[in-house]
Each structure stands twice: as C-alpha cells, then as structure tokens.
Design a binder for this molecule. Structure first.
Ligand code: SAM
Length: 344
C-alpha cells in the first residue's frame, strides 16, 4: 500500500509512543518500585502506589486504542481485492457453520475492534497492527522463523498441525523447514485463513488452511507428529485451554511432540505483574489465568509427558536454556516454549 506522508506519520507516531512507553516509562516505574522497597508482600499495591503508575497504565491502553484506530483508517483507505481467490498449491477449507465461542467473540482481542474474525478487513488490520504491537521488531517475522528454527527438533514429520495459525505467519516457516510434511494451519477466523491461503499460494507453499476450533479439530486420532501454536493459549479461558491440550494429545501419534510458543511467569514479581496487567489492559482477559496456572500439570492430566516451559528470546536467538531469560531493562514479553510429548 502506498500510504501518504500523513498516514505514515500517524503510524510512526504511535509506534514511537509505544517504544518510549516500553524503554523509558517501564524502566522508570520499575526503578520507583525498587526504591520504594520493591519486593513488598503485596506487589500489586506496591506498584500501584508509585507516582508514575497511573500514567504508565493509561498510556498502555490509550496507545493500543490509538494504534488500532490509525491502522484501521489506513487499511480502510486502501481497500484491496477480497482474500481467498488465489490459486496455487495451498488449500482452503472454510466452515461457514462453525460456531465461534462467545469468549472469542465477546472481547475485541488486543483491543482490535471486531477482533480478527469479523470481516475481511480484520485480517488486513491485524497484519499491519501486529507489526506495531511488536514494536516493529517482527516485521520480517524473525521470531516466527526463530521458533521453527530453534524450538522444533529436526525430524521426519509426516503431519504437522499449527493451531490458531492466524494469517499464516507461524505456519509458513514450518512448511519451509519440513517441505515433505503435510502441514495444516487451523484457525477460527475465516478472514485470516483466506489471507493465509493467498500468502501461501504466492510463496508456493502447499499448506492446508482449515477453519476449525482447536478444542475439537475433527482430525483423525494419532495422525499428527507435531502440534504447534504461537500466541494462542493466552487467549483461551481455562476450560478451552484444557480441551485444547486434550485435543493435541488425542491428535498426536505415539512419540509425537507438542511445542506451543506463549507466555509464562518469570519469577520477577514486578515483571510478572506488569504482564498480567498488560493482558487486562489489552483485552486479553485470560492472560492472568494462564500465568497463574500450572500448565505442565495440565499437560500431564491430558496424557502428555515431559512437559515444561523453556525461555525464548524473540530477537532471533529463539529457544534458550531452561527458564533463563537475558536481563533487559525495557518492557518485553516473557516469551516461552511449552514443550511436551505423547508417550511411545
Ligand atoms: C494472536 S493470534 C496468533 C496467530 C499466529 N499463530 C501467529 O503467531 O501470528 C491467535 C490466533 O488464534 C486463533 N484462535 C483463538 N482461539 C482459537 C480456537 N479455539 N481455535 C482455533 N483458533 C483459535 C485466533 O483466531 C487468532 O488467529
């Protein structure tokens, strides 16, 4: 799209505002919290009484709203052709009768009006907005490529299923890395799947994009060697998360692998509170529940073994050793890979 200077100016402004929130305001609030005694028993109360806190919290939500408004305006100004009409090696299976759960449609996820599912423009808005949400550091999908390159053990996979594939940026690297595998990208959102399908055709990738709920995919039992997801499970309430883990365990063949890229507690009380509240302010109401839950225990209850979280560095290094995140002053997501496997 050939955006005007004014339009690019609006996008640059909101991106810079969010960067300063992350690299100036967040460390300043952290420093006030530390000087005030830091590790108080009630961390939430201790953070909330800091002078910078109201401004920090307001700006996080206000800049997110501003971002979607700016992105939506730019996308609306350049209506493109409807997605899903390309041809090539990819396939697209939509299910217009698929019920969308109310927890999915009731919230404007990430504060994006209408979420990622409402109409075709939702996918375009999400594609551009996600770049700004990631502060411009994932424009070339570095961290999605790093996930496949560092968190997926090289194996001769026959079938890979990417749950909650969105518009495909988590799925394309899987097909590139494992060209002989049947790769299925699955999502609730038809607009995203149409875009994913077009992008895969343009890149000559034979991926099957399918509209389904990852709690009950309809795929055959034991037919999958690797089940992945990126940024999916923090969007689900606990019953849906449990159902998804059970469905992943059902799909996996003996010895098959589960690799989910998402978020977990780091053990740093300030940072963990900031992340839980980020979820609250960002219309990700189930984020605090994910951070509080014992996900490896839920994997075990679902019939998976060796479940654990491993730290992940989104800047390119990808999967790290155990839960050892590098020290960084600026706000950043506590990325982590949930690893588990199906017993032989
Ligand atoms: C934050 S996006 C991540 C998309 C993609 N994995 C990526 O990394 O860019 C989460 C995706 O999960 C999808 N999703 C949420 N709940 C789902 C469910 N129950 N079944 C299938 N997809 C779901 C959403 O529609 C959305 O596209």
């Amino acid at each position: 799209m050939q955006a005007t200077l004014d339009e690019r100016g609006r996008l640059d402004f909101v991106l810079t505002l969010r960067r300063r929130w992350a690299d100036v305001l967040y460390p300043a609030l952290h420093s006030q919290f530390e000087q005030d005694g830091g590790h108080a028993a009630d961390v939430r109360a201790a953070v909330h009484r800091q002078p910078l806190y109201p401004w920090f919290a307001f700006l996080e939500r206000a800049s997110q709203k501003m971002l979607w408004r700016d992105v939506s305006d730019v996308v609306a100004a350049y209506p493109g052709a409807q997605h899903g009409n390309s041809s090539g090696p990819a396939t697209l299976k939509l299910d217009p009768n698929l019920p969308l759960p109310s927890w999915y449609t009731d919230w404007d996820i990430h504060v994006q009006p209408g979420g990622v599912w409402r109409n075709d423009a939702s996918a375009d808005v999400y594609e551009l907005g996600a770049k700004l949400v990631m502060l411009g550091v994932n424009d070339d999908y570095t961290f999605h490529r790093a996930f496949t390159a560092t968190a997926i053990p090289p194996r001769n996979y026959r079938c890979i299923v990417d749950l909650g594939c969105g518009f495909g940026k988590s799925t394309w690297p899987l097909k590139r890395a494992f060209p002989n595998a049947e790769v299925i990208g699955l999502d609730l959102a038809a607009p995203c799947l149409r875009m994913a399908y077009d992008r895969a055709n343009a890149a000559d990738l034979a991926i099957c994009f399918m509209q389904a709920d990852c709690q009950a995919t309809g795929l055959p039992t034991g037919s999958v060697d690797l089940v992945t997801s990126t940024m999916l499970i923090h969007e689900m309430p606990r019953p849906a998360l449990i159902a998804t883990l059970r469905e992943a365990a059902r799909l996996l063949a003996p010895g098959g692998l589960l690799r989910f890229l998402d978020f977990t507690r780091t053990g740093d009380a300030f940072r963990d509170l900031a992340m839980a509240e980020h979820g609250e302010r960002n219309n990700e109401p189930f984020m605090p529940g994910l951070l509080a839950a014992n996900i490896p225990a839920l994997c075990a209850e679902a019939g998976l073994i060796n479940a654990r979280w491993v730290a992940f560095d989104e800047r390119g290094a990808g999967r790290l050793a155990e839960k050892a995140w590098p020290q960084r002053a600026e706000w950043h997501f506590p990325w982590a890979v949930l690893e588990a496997e199906k017993p032989q």
